[in-house]
Design a protein around this ligand. Structure first.
Ligand SMILES: Cc1cc2nc3c(=O)[nH]c(=O)nc-3n(C[C@H](O)[C@H](O)[C@H](O)COP(=O)(O)OP(=O)(O)OC[C@H]3O[C@@H](n4cnc5c(N)ncnc54)[C@H](O)[C@@H]3O)c2cc1C
Length: 595
């Protein structure tokens, strides 16, 4: 409770600083979701990574974004090259992430100082921090982790060399992953995939057909979905293949990298189109199980989308707070004005919500991974993970667009200009709702998690448990408001159970909104109770109260007649937006003495 406010005004911009140290929200969540022994090991690593990102990588990421990469499909003799000519500074970024910090290594092999690998929460936390400087580069990093997850789970050993290379720490031995699903006729509709896989007679396959969006197009560890001869239509007929850029004999594979997409953002990852012309490919696991295997990678990538959204929001918020503390207008710093204080407080509360929900989904994925292969019952963790991942991806992607857009506005005209990172953050954020499945597709997946996995069975006790943990008097009123909305959520689930499928689809996004709001509110309240008990700090209680008020409060006259002055109070602003500690007892309204 003795935390001082962060002096944002000491900075000129959100660079040359330590992102980890400047993000108490992320630090709080890391402490909550890592197992204790792993957090003890990881905390100094996160601290150092936050420093390196701010000092060595942030400017470089801006320069790579300005120039981009180039595709060289053929050499001067017309021979196939399939080469991406990377910006020369990309190598340095890769060395830092892969070799210095082991971001694609440490969840698969024991890092120095440990005898066991870490859980998947660790790369997700590192990737969130990486997204502070480069949401584009987070994509290949995450797909490398994702491809390794798939091979670790489903490969029979025949692709172990690729697994070793994906998880290698030394950049000279390291390869990256990728996932190629989308074809021109179907991105969301993966079952419409037409790329063919013909057996070559020697255990390998040859791929024919075209993939329309391939991020990290030149990955040596790319996984692609394709249909074998006689396989049924739909996702059931799809198999998963590893299709390297270079064949084991050193020749370039029979794929034509047609062109790179001329994208709005995420310039640091090259995304292009591929035409397979008999490309050598290696089956992962069993034929026609491809979609099931790819779903495991998709879970991780969707979660990365959410934790990446968190990182981009964190950076945007930092830029906004630094600017608002520095910029004077009408004689005062703009963060002295009531309306700007309200903006910054509510953006911070949104951020805390996005971080709490995303890393709760990460914790559940991790819990389920740890339980699989043991006798532990992971069914509830699985049901909750299946429900929370699509909701997290859908909600945080849209929140990141909103936050980066508003952060740009806080910087005024400068925010719109390329020299300031806010314009890149907005461009990078804009892809988050699209790749790994657009909002509607994620909302429909939420329905699937409820219908097929009975996720509501785990959801109800989950929320109850968190609300039951709340006991501090300052949290009673918001807990009662959440309880009421939780009742409405149960009624909504009961309604959808009796209505037809079209009706359920029609309401799917609003249902996902409701699930996010109720779960996040319960989670923030439980976190607030922890902060009071453990740290004697009421700051989280203020955050939780504001979240509940803005989501579930009485909105009569849009609050104008309510008399509410929450963010105007100096103490509240310093606590919520600048992370100052708060005495929990100061949050309990004085009870009038009996006459
Ligand atoms: C920069 C970038 C990089 C990408 N990288 C990759 C990659 O590496 N690998 C890869 O496989 N793909 C990649 N993609 C493709 C991406 O995953 C797809 O674009 C996305 O899944 C949507 O598919 P689509 O473009 O075919 O749109 P569609 O599936 O045609 O969807 C168009 C719209 O229709 C809506 N819609 C579709 N079906 C329904 C329905 N039943 N009900 C209601 N609404 C519906 C969607 O929500 C969306 O708004 C990338 C895309 C971008 C922009």
């Amino acid at each position: 409770m003795d935390a001082d406010p962060i002096p944002y005004g000491d900075h000129e911009a959100g660079r040359d600083c330590n992102y980890w140290r400047l993000d108490p929200t992320l630090r709080f969540e890391a402490r909550r979701v890592y197992p204790d022994d792993e957090f003890e090991w990881a905390e100094p690593v996160l601290e150092e990574f936050g420093e390196v990102l701010g000092s060595r990588m942030a400017d470089t990421a801006d320069r790579i974004d300005e120039a981009g990469h180039e595709l060289r499909s053929f050499d001067e003799y017309g021979d196939r090259l399939n080469e991406v000519e990377y910006h020369p500074l990309m190598q340095e970024q890769e060395e830092i992430v892969y070799e210095e910090f082991g971001v694609t290594h440490d969840a698969f092999r024991a890092p120095p100082g440990r005898e066991e690998p870490l859980g998947l929460t660790h790369p997700l936390m590192m990737q969130a921090l990486l997204s502070y400087v480069d949401g584009g580069f987070t994509c290949p990093v995450s797909m490398t982790n994702g491809a390794a997850i798939v091979l670790e789970k489903f490969d029979d050993g025949s692709l172990s060399e690729y697994f070793e290379a994906l998880t290698a720490r030394n950049v000279d031995d390291h390869i990256e992953g990728a996932m190629f699903l989308t074809e021109e006729q179907g991105g969301s509709d993966v079952g419409a995939n037409e790329v063919r896989a013909e057996p070559a007679g020697d255990g390998t396959y040859r791929l024919y057909g075209e993939k329309w969006f391939c991020s990290n197009i030149d990955a040596e560890g790319a996984l692609a979905l394709a249909r074998t001869p006689e396989a049924p239509d739909g996702v059931e007929g799809l198999s998963l293949f590893l299709v390297p850029r270079t064949k084991p004999d050193g020749e370039v594979n029979e794929a034509h990298f047609r062109r790179l997409k001329d994208k709005l953002g995420t310039i640091s990852v090259p995304t292009g189109e591929i035409e397979y012309e008999g490309a050598e490919a290696y089956l992962v696991g069993e034929e026609q199980e491809g979609f099931r295997y790819m779903a495991e990678m998709m879970n991780f990538e969707r979660l990365t989308n959410a934790t990446g959204a968190v990182g981009i929001m964190g950076r945007a918020l930092l830029e906004a707070k630094v600017h608002a503390a520095d910029r004077e207008a009408f004689g005062d710093a703009i963060d002295e004005y009531p309306l700007m204080r309200r903006d910054l407080v509510d953006m911070t509360v949104d951020y805390e919500a996005a971080v709490a929900f995303s890393f709760e989904a990460a914790r559940l994925l991790d819990e389920r991974e740890r339980a699989s292969g043991s006798d532990a019952d992971d069914s509830a963790a699985y049901q909750l993970m299946r429900l929370f991942i699509p909701v997290a991806k859908y909600k945080t992607a849209r929140m990141a667009v909103e936050t980066t857009s508003y952060a740009m506005e806080v910087l005024g005209g400068n925010g719109y200009v390329r020299e300031h990172t806010t314009e890149r953050l907005l461009r990078d954020a804009q892809v988050l709702p699209i790749w790994e499945g657009p909002s509607n597709i994620l909302a429909l997946d939420t329905l699937r998690a409820l219908n097929r996995e009975d996720a509501h069975e785990a959801l109800l006790p989950y929320v109850e448990e968190r609300l039951d943990a709340v006991e501090h008097p300052s949290l009673e009123e918001p807990a009662a408001a959440v309880e009421e909305r939780f009742g409405e959520l149960q009624a909504a689930l009961a309604t959808l159970a009796t209505e037809d499928g079209d009706y359920a689809q029609y309401h799917a996004k609003r249902l996902a909104d409701l699930i996010f709001d109720v779960v996040t509110a319960a989670l923030l309240l439980a976190e607030a109770q922890t902060a009071i008990d453990r740290d004697d700090d009421g700051r989280k209680a203020l955050v939780a109260r504001r979240f509940v008020e803005t989501r579930f409060g009485d909105d009569e006259a849009y609050g104008v007649t309510s008399g509410e002055r929450f963010a105007m109070e100096d103490d509240v602003f310093a606590a919520v937006a600048h992370y100052a500690g708060v005495d929990p007892e100061s949050l309990v309204e004085a009870v009038p003495a009996d006459d």
